[in-house]
Design a protein around this ligand. Structure first.
Ligand SMILES: [Zn+2]
Length: 483
């Protein structure tokens, strides 16, 4: 599809020189061209011909900025560098993509992009913002364009596609994308929202309705590319698209939550129990949070230390350093009390869901903060038997999912949940029937069963259509789900 889109000036010194399928832009500065993305290996000729149409020479290209390493953005870079002698910039994190030889290119950029870089050529400066998610090293670019004497801020979101954050892609053996990327993507959207953009530059033509604008460009009284509302709308749409994927997964995947880790075999709520849970086929981990005397969220269920550690008193009586001296035992296995942060640091990257139960008041803000800091907000549900704790979580972090633990749910309980915006109904497994699950689902709630003591109850709750279950024996549940 050579030359399927005519090259043209968008605004100021910014030109489109790509094709319909693969975008490429140049900024004509006082000292040569800055190229943004290079198209693919198959569009190099089209780009060269577009440059020629606009009166530029390939030798004018001094800098090539790559938004990310996918072949439709970086594939032409090696050849274009050869022809122009330009210096190529790409984030180090995306080397793994351009290193692929299958598409006929394999190269190392001249410079690694760093967050906050200001790349200048002549009279033009491009601000580079690390916005990982679509790939590990996706960068977004911002620069000023002067149109009819007015200065406008232009911005390109370097990678807004969410397909790379779907499980089948992330789990591909040749990809193995960390689940941290989803959290990183949401943080990137937060950062991009901070930017003011008057002219949205697409890194695919459909992102900014380029075709429609192009049609109006020569007839409309105002440059149709100038639209200060478009950027925010696009980011909101992208955020919604990502949440849609996550919600779809929730609907179709049954979560096998290891209750306090694999607590049948290991000391409960310890790192040993969590690692065992993952090894035994759990797809979720349930744990409990209380605050130590010095205010650190630690993972512990009981109100007193006695049953689990043999010590006197309760978690809040001791500092973390003191709690770390205690032993958590189970059938000869011994581990230490873990903190929420230790758990998240070790497990955040995994394809697992976390149910974090608030066991006392006052930990809400710290728990929400850690969840965001470790980027697990999109695969986490905060639970409690106390509805007020969930309300406080919702007030601090409205996007976090919450689940109310209760033996059973009356109509009033359900109304209270709706009024508080709680997402998940968590009843005892004995109270989970197909009719009730259907009713709760019809109201938009997720259903997770707990208190599963034997295999019959486990089977009944799965067959009733629950979305997940907390068990001490994730291996047995995993075996049942494989049947
Ligand atoms: Zn891409």
């Amino acid at each position: 599809m050579l030359g399927d889109t005519a090259p043209f000036r968008i605004a100021g010194n910014l030109y489109f020189v790509g094709t319909h399928a693969k975008s490429c832009h140049v900024l004509a500065t006082s000292r040569g061209l800055i190229m943004i993305d290079s198209g693919g290996i198959d569009t190099v000729d089209a780009i060269l011909s577009s440059l020629d149409t606009l009166g530029f020479s390939p030798k004018d290209v001094k800098i090539i900025l790559l938004s990310h390493g996918h072949p439709d953005h970086a594939g032409g870079a090696a050849r274009l560098r050869e022809i122009s002698g330009a210096e190529v910039y790409l984030a180090e994190e995306d080397l793994k993509y351009v290193g692929e030889s299958r598409l006929g290119f394999r190269f190392v950029p001249d410079h690694f992009l760093l967050d906050g870089d200001e790349i200048a050529l002549g009279d033009t400066v491009v601000s580079c913002l690390a916005t990982p998610g679509h790939t590990e090293g996706t960068f977004s670019f911002f620069f000023d364009l002067i149109e009819n004497g007015m200065t406008y801020r232009a911005g390109m979101f370097g990678g807004s596609g969410v397909n790379q954050l779907k499980k089948p892609y992330m789990n591909r053996p040749d990809r193995r994308v960390s689940y941290l990327m989803r959290g990183a993507f949401f943080r990137s959207l937060d950062r991009l929202e901070e930017e003011h953009v008057d002219i949205m530059v697409g890194n695919h033509v459909w992102q900014n309705d380029q075709d429609e604008k192009y049609k109006k460009l020569f007839t409309a009284p105002e440059n149709p590319f100038i639209d200060p509302t478009e950027w925010m709308k696009y980011i909101a749409r992208t955020r919604e698209a990502m949440w849609k994927i996550i919600r779809e997964e929730e609907k179709t995947e049954f979560v096998n939550y290891a209750h306090r880790g694999a607590s049948e075999k290991c000391p409960e709520n310890t790192m040993m129990a969590f690692y065992a849970a993952a090894a035994l086929g759990a797809t979720g981990i349930e744990t409990d949070v209380q605050l130590s005397k010095d205010g650190v969220p630690v993972l512990f269920h009981d109100d007193t230390l006695l049953r689990v550690t043999g010590e006197e008193g309760k978690i809040g009586d001791y500092t973390l350093a003191e709690l770390k001296q205690f032993k958590v035992k189970k059938d000869g296995a011994v581990d230490r009390i873990a903190t929420l942060e230790e758990f998240l640091a070790a497990f955040a990257w995994r394809d697992m869901t976390f149910a974090i139960e608030l066991r006392d008041d006052g930990a809400e803000e710290m728990v929400a903060d850690l969840i965001y800091r470790y980027g697990v907000d999109c695969k986490c549900v905060v639970t409690s038997f106390v509805l007020d704790r969930l309300r406080r979580i919702r007030a601090i972090a409205p996007e976090l999912r919450t689940g109310w633990l209760k033996k059973d749910f009356s109509e009033e309980d359900i109304e209270a949940m709706q009024a508080s915006g709680v997402d998940e109904v968590c009843p005892r497994a004995v109270n989970v029937t197909p009719e009730r699950v259907e009713e709760w689902h019809s109201l938009g709630f997720n259903v997770r069963a707990w208190g599963v003591t034997d295999d019959d109850l486990m089977r009944a709750a799965v067959n009733a259509g629950a979305d997940g279950m907390t068990v001490n024996f994730p291996d047995r549940l995993a075996a049942l789900l494989r049947e």
